[in-house]
Write a protein that binds this ligand. Structure first.
Ligand code: ADP
Ligand code: MG
Length: 577
C-alpha cells in the first residue's frame, strides 16, 4: 500500500496530461485514519465515473457491536450509513467542475426500503463505503488541483462525518436498526399467528404521488386504524407492543367504494415484504416474505409455462400445458404470472381488480348461460382461489370492489370506508348465503399442476459488441439491457430500487456461469444463488468492486428471467401439486 503523500506526488506528476494518465493512481493508499482504494478508473471524463472505496478499521470506526450483531441489524446499519453518506456527500462535495462528470462525488441513492446494499459493507474487521468519483479534467486534460481537493479534503471529510461513530447521532442509528429488527420480528411471527400480513395502527399508507414514494404529509393522510375484530398485537423486541390489523391466511377481500383507499392498502402490503426507513409511514406494514403481486400484463413474453390450471382448449388447439407466447393476452399473462410465482415458491398472491383482466377474474351466471363452459377456455380466478389455499397453502389478498360473487369464496372481508378498514366478513357471508349468484362452480377437483421448468443455458446471451463481452446494465428501474436484448420489468411492481434491477442483471449472468445447466429447475437455481448471496454477500456477482447493488428478492429475479425474450426451457421436470 502506498502512502497518501504518494498519491499527491503521482497526481502532481500527471497534472495537465491527457486523461488516460489517471491510470497511474489506481491502487490502495494509506490515509490518516482510513484506507482509500481507487479501484476502477474511468477512461475519459464523460464515461461512467470511477469506483472508489474508503475503508476504516472497525476499532477506529468505533461502532458499538450492538448495532450490527445480527444479519438484519448489520444490513440496517449498512443501509443507514449509506443514506447518511449520500446526504453528507451532497453537502461536502463541491460538485461538478470541469468537463463531463468532473468533480462528481456520490454514493448509490437508496429508496424508502432498507435493503442489503454493496455501497456500505461492515464486517468483523472494517467498515467500507463504496462511492464514485468523476475524476476531474479541463477538456480532456487532467486537472490536479480539483483532484487533490476531492481526495484530500472532500473524501476525508466525508469519512469523518459518516464512518466515525463518535461523529454520528448514536440514538438515530439505533432507532433505524431497531426498527428493522422489529419489522423483521413481526414478519417472522406471522406464520405461527396464522397471518399473512399486518398493518400497524397509525401507519400512513398513501404516498406523495405516483412517482414519489415518500409518505403523504400527516395533515393530508388518514392514519390507519385496525377494526376491533381483526386487531392483533406483537411484543416486539425493541419497541415493545405494536397493535394493528392482522390479515389471516386464506382468501381476503378488500372491498369498498371507489376512491376509498383499497388500492393504497394493497400497494402498501406489496411493499411489506421489505423493511422501511423510519418516517416512511409503512414501517409496521409487514407481509410474509413470499408475497407476489399478480397482474395482467398483456404483450409480455411467456416461455413454456403450464397455465392449464386456468386456461385450456384454446382455439387452434394451442397447448396450455406448455404455453409460450411472444405477445400474451390479458388473461393468459395473468395466469402465467400466477404460475411462475407459484413455481418459485410464492405463498401470498396480491391482486388488484384495477390491474386484472376482467375475464380472468369473474364469469357470472348470465355469461355462463350464454357462453357454455366448453366454449370458454378460462376457468376464472374465483373458482381457483380457494383451491390455491386448500391444495397449495397459498393465500390471496384481493382488491375487489366490482363483484360480490367473491363473497362466497372469501375467508375475510375488509371494507375500506373513507380510508379506514372495517371488518365485513359476517355481513358478506350472510349476503352470500341469502342471495345466490346463480353461477355454477367451474374449478374442477384440484387446483392443477405447478410445473417446474429447466432453463437452458442457450437461452441466455449476455454478449454484445465487437469484443463479444458480457454487457448487462440497468437502463432504469424497469429495464435491463441484457446483451442485445431488453428485459421489460415495468409491470413487476415489487421492484423498489434501481440498484436491485442492476443486481438482477448481473445475478442472471452469475447464475448462467454457475448454475443454469439445463438440468436444474429455476427454483433450484434461485435457491443456489440465494444461498451464495446469504453466505458471501452481494460482491460475488461482480468481478469488480461495485457499490451500486441492492439485493433483489427471488421473485423479481425469476420475473426478469421469465421476461427475457430469448429464454428457452427444457422439458418439464416432474410436476408437483
Ligand atoms: P380505491 O382503490 O379504493 O379506488 P385508492 O387506494 O386508489 O382508492 O385511493 C384513492 C386516493 O385516495 C388516492 O389518491 C390515495 O392517495 C388517496 N388515499 C388513499 N388512502 C388514503 C389515506 N389513508 N389518507 C388520505 N388519502 C388516501
Ligand atoms: Mg383501486
Amino acid at each position: 500500500m502506498k502512502s497518501a503523500d504518494q498519491l499527491k506526488i503521482i497526481l502532481n506528476r500527471i497534472e495537465g496530461k491527457p486523461y488516460g494518465f489517471y491510470r497511474d493512481i489506481k491502487g490502495w493508499y494509506d490515509f490518516d485514519n482510513f484506507m482509500l482504494n481507487i479501484d476502477y478508473i474511468q477512461p475519459d471524463p464523460f464515461a461512467p465515473p470511477s469506483q472508489v472505496a474508503a475503508r476504516i478499521s472497525r476499532d477506529v470506526a468505533g461502532f458499538p457491536p450492538e448495532l450490527y450483531d445480527s444479519p438484519i441489524r448489520r444490513i440496517a446499519l449498512e443501509d443507514c450509513l449509506t443514506r447518511h453518506f449520500y446526504h453528507q456527500a451532497r453537502k461536502v462535495a463541491r460538485g461538478k467542475r470541469g468537463s463531463g462528470r468532473s468533480g462528481l462525488l456520490a454514493i448509490d441513492k437508496p429508496s424508502q426500503e432498507v435493503l442489503m446494499r454493496t455501497a456500505m459493507v461492515i464486517n468483523d474487521d472494517w467498515v467500507e463505503a463504496r462511492f464514485v468519483v468523476g475524476l476531474p479534467a479541463r477538456g480532456r486534460r487532467i486537472s490536479v488541483r480539483d483532484a487533490i481537493e476531492i481526495f484530500f479534503d472532500e473524501i476525508p471529510e466525508l469519512v469523518r462525518r459518516t464512518l466515525l461513530y463518535s461523529n454520528l447521532d448514536g440514538k438515530l442509528l439505533k432507532k433505524f436498526v431497531d426498527l428493522s429488527e422489529d419489522s423483521d420480528y413481526i414478519r417472522g411471527k406471522l406464520p405461527e399467528r396464522g397471518l399473512v400480513g399486518f398493518v400497524g395502527d397509525g401507519s400512513i399508507l398513501p404516498r406523495m404521488s405516483g412517482i414519489d414514494d415518500r409518505p403523504l404529509p400527516d395533515e393530508k393522510a388518514v392514519s390507519f386504524q385496525s377494526p376491533p375484530e381483526l386487531e392483533v398485537s406483537f411484543d416486539c423486541p425493541r419497541r415493545g407492543e405494536v397493535r394493528g390489523m392482522g390479515i389471516p391466511r386464506g382468501v381476503t377481500l378488500i372491498v369498498g367504494g371507489g376512491y376509498h383507499g383499497k388500492s393504497t392498502l394493497l400497494a402498501a402490503l406489496e411493499k411489506g415484504a421489505y423493511n422501511h426507513i423510519p418516517g416512511d409511514g409503512r414501517e409496521m406494514v409487514v407481509t410474509v416474505p413470499e408475497s407476489v403481486k399478480i397482474r395482467a400484463e398483456d404483450g409480455r413474453f411467456i416461455e413454456d409455462v403450464d397455465i392449464s390450471a386456468f386456461i385450456r382448449n384454446l382455439p387452434f388447439g394451442k397447448d396450455t400445458g406448455r404455453f409460450s407466447s411472444p405477445d400474451a393476452s390479458g388473461s393468459t399473462s395473468q395466469a402465467a404470472n400466477i404460475m411462475e410465482a407459484l413455481e418459485v415458491g410464492a405463498k401470498l398472491l396480491l391482486v388488484d381488480e384495477d390491474t386484472s383482466a376482467t375475464n380472468f377474474m369473474i364469469r357470472d351466471e348470465r355469461m355462463q348461460l350464454l357462453v357454455a363452459k366448453e366454449k370458454e377456455p378460462i376457468t376464472p380466478f374465483i373458482d381457483k382461489v380457494k383451491q390455491l389455499y386448500d391444495d397449495l397453502g397459498v393465500s390471496t389478498i384481493l382488491v375487489m370492489g366490482g363483484s360480490g360473487d367473491y363473497f362466497a369464496v372469501a375467508d375475510t372481508v375488509i371494507m375500506m370506508d373513507e380510508y379506514l378498514p372495517r371488518d365485513r366478513t359476517g355481513e358478506a357471508r350472510k349476503i352470500a348465503e341469502s342471495c345466490s349468484t346463480g353461477r355454477s362452480f367451474e374449478g374442477g377437483e384440484h387446483f392443477g399442476t405447478v410445473k417446474a421448468r429447466r432453463p437452458r443455458p442457450g437461452g441466455f446471451d449476455p454478449r454484445k459488441g465487437k469484443h463479444n463481452q458480457a454487457k448487462i446494465s440497468a437502463k432504469s428501474i424497469n429495464t435491463i439491457a441484457f446483451g442485445k436484448d431488453y428485459i421489460d420489468l415495468s409491470q413487476v411492481e415489487q421492484l423498489v430500487d434501481i440498484s436491485q434491477t442492476r443486481a438482477i442483471g448481473d445475478i442472471i449472468n452469475y447464475a448462467l456461469k454457475r448454475y443454469i445447466d439445463g438440468e436444474r429447475s429455476l427454483a433450484e437455481i434461485l435457491d443456489l444463488v440465494e444461498a451464495d448471496l446469504d453466505e458471501k454477500g452481494m460482491d460475488v456477482i461482480s468481478p469488480y468492486l461495485n457499490g451500486n447493488y441492492a439485493r433483489p428478492r427471488r421473485y423479481e429475479i425469476a420475473a426478469a428471467i421469465n421476461r427475457l425474450r430469448t429464454l428457452k426451457c427444457g422439458g418439464a421436470v416432474s410436476g408437483e401439486q
